[in-house]
Design a protein around this ligand. Structure first.
Ligand code: AMP
Length: 497
């Protein structure tokens, strides 16, 4: 089966029902099928050949979705670029993926052989022939390249195939969205280039509409959720934090104006305090996903009914068709409570890193197990508890300190709204735990530090707490501890010398 087959069948089965909604524009299932066919033909007519990479840099919206699936139908490899990244980052990815074409809105950030402005798309679609565009490719050939977040240096592209994409749909339908029906509604508030995009096909195949918000803000989200009776959405934890800070959220929830059945979240750790507040306000709709670009959104999940007070620090249990193992540095599987690296295996995981055999060899075992780089442990009931990224662990006085645990303790302080904890070099301790916090109301850094006393062992407590006006985050809202650390080091370096 090819991705185009799913679109064609949805077109036949759900015809005039809305498939895509963006502001005042609606595209039906039949139209979506026809638009992607025509654009597929038009792309091939521009001289592109199956297997060529095409970078797509357009804002969250219908054009991007049509382009993505036209590429799938014409056998071209999608390279989604996030509009919120810098031109420098775009240029790197265009070059690294050896893209032959760039579909862009606004001024192009790089020159490639075939440039297609987004406002040319309607004309290309208009001029293209009717009829199915059905370039059939081997299911193990690349379908799309997904760049890793770059929280650990140069981004790498993960190669995802048709086989992995279909397996991702399986995982979602089995474990996350088993009750999808034609009147379900997915609200894409986060960039479709990332996690939210994984919700597109599961909704499409079940005849449910995908509604797109061009750019997330709590009011834009609340308005669209109410107007379209959104039943599913996906957010990174930062977005949930912002949503809960807005008083309109509590109003909408208490007046029964929200139809949300599943608020899926993941991509980064969530603070227990934020999650608890969310549950209090929005009810048992929260569903946590733990995944990574290399294993798209599906390693473990914590279902709504598993969000009990003792489980809020857990990332859940493995998806039905995904294997998960925790291993020590020698590769032995660990049992309950021992911390080791999380490995995963399943048909949805990456095939390899693009043009990085060195990195592929490190990440993928010959038998298909993928090293996630995350540290975690099992509890006695088989729930995974993530500790931190392996490279973020701070070693202070010989003890391992997991920044996430310290950040959680800081976030429990009523004035703290964001926290990032890093290790700075220290002559006595090896590394010293240092925190940067953003406040919602005034507080003394010493009080914030003292607040940790009853909550954290001495070696975990920050030796210093700095107050920052904001913390650096990646374009998809991940906290960039590396950047925090670099800034602290640069400043200390300047002061010391
Ligand atoms: P990316 O490949 O950019 O999507 O980043 C994936 C990484 O984000 C994972 O390896 C984890 O470190 C982190 N992550 C993703 N989901 C979760 C989650 N539910 N809880 C904690 N960390 C997460």
């Amino acid at each position: 089966m090819q991705i185009g087959d799913l679109i064609r069948r949805a077109g036949r089965q759900y015809g005039a029902a809305p498939a895509l909604v963006d502001g005042d524009r609606t595209v039906s299932f039949a139209e979506f099928d026809a638009l992607t066919d025509r654009l597929g033909h038009a792309l091939l007519a521009r001289g592109l050949a199956p297997g060529d990479r095409v970078a797509v840099l357009v804002p969250n919206g219908i054009d991007g979705v049509v382009a993505y699936y036209a590429l799938a139908k014409s056998g071209l490899v999608r390279v989604p670029l996030n509009a919120r990244e810098t031109p420098h980052e775009h240029a790197f990815k265009i070059d690294d993926s050896q893209a032959r074409a760039l579909v862009h809105a606004g001024a192009p950030s790089a020159q490639v052989e075939i440039m297609i402005a987004a406002d040319e798309l309607p004309g290309m679609i208009e001029a293209a022939p009717d009829g199915p565009c059905d370039v059939r490719r081997d299911p193990d050939e690349p379908l799309r390249l997904a760049y890793t977040g770059g929280t650990t240096g140069t981004p790498k592209a993960v190669v995802l195939t048709t086989r992995s994409e279909l397996a991702e749909v399986d995982n979602f339908l089995v474990d996350l969205l088993p009750n999808l029906r034609p009147d379900s509604r997915m609200l894409h508030a986060a960039p479709i280039t990332h996690g939210s995009g994984a919700f597109f096909l599961p909704h499409l195949v079940k005849g449910a509409a995908n509604v797109i918000v061009p750019r997330f803000s709590p009011p834009a989200f609340l308005e669209a959720a109410q107007k379209h009776h959104a039943t599913t959405t996906f957010m990174v934890p930062t977005m949930i934090g912002m949503l809960l800070e807005d008083p309109a959220t509590a109003e909408a929830a208490s007046s029964g104006a929200l139809a949300l059945e599943r608020l899926c979240y993941g991509g980064a750790p969530i603070a227990t305090t934020v999650l608890q507040r969310g549950l209090d306000l929005l009810g048992p709709v929260f569903t946590q996903l733990y995944g990574q670009a290399e294993a798209p959104l599906a390693i473990t999940c914590l279902q709504p009914w598993e969000h009990t007070p003792d489980r809020l620090t857990s990332a859940g249990k493995p998806y039905t068709f995904v294997e998960v193992d925790i291993r020590d540095s020698e590769g032995n599987s660990l049992g309950v409570d021992d911390v080791g690296e999380v490995l995963t295996r399943g048909p949805h995981t990456m095939e390899r890193y693009w043009r990085r055999p060195d990195a592929t060899a490190v990440a993928l075992e010959p038998d298909g197990w993928l090293h996630t780089g995350d540290l975690g442990r099992w509890d006695a009931e088989g729930y995974l508890h993530l500790q931190d990224r392996r490279h973020d662990v701070i070693i202070s006085g010989g003890f391992n300190v997991y920044p996430r645990e310290v950040e959680d303790a800081l976030l429990a302080h009523p004035a703290v709204v964001e926290a990032a904890v890093v290790g700075l070099p220290d002559d006595t301790w090896g590394e010293r735990v240092t925190a940067a916090v953003v406040l919602r109301s005034e507080a003394d850094p010493e009080d914030v530090r003292e607040f940790c006393r009853g909550r954290l062992a001495g070696f975990k407590r920050p030796k210093a707490v700095e107050i920052w006006t904001d913390l650096p985050t990646s374009p998809v809202g991940k906290s960039l501890r590396r950047e925090v650390r670099d800034r602290m080091l640069a400043r200390n370096g300047n002061e010391d010398h």
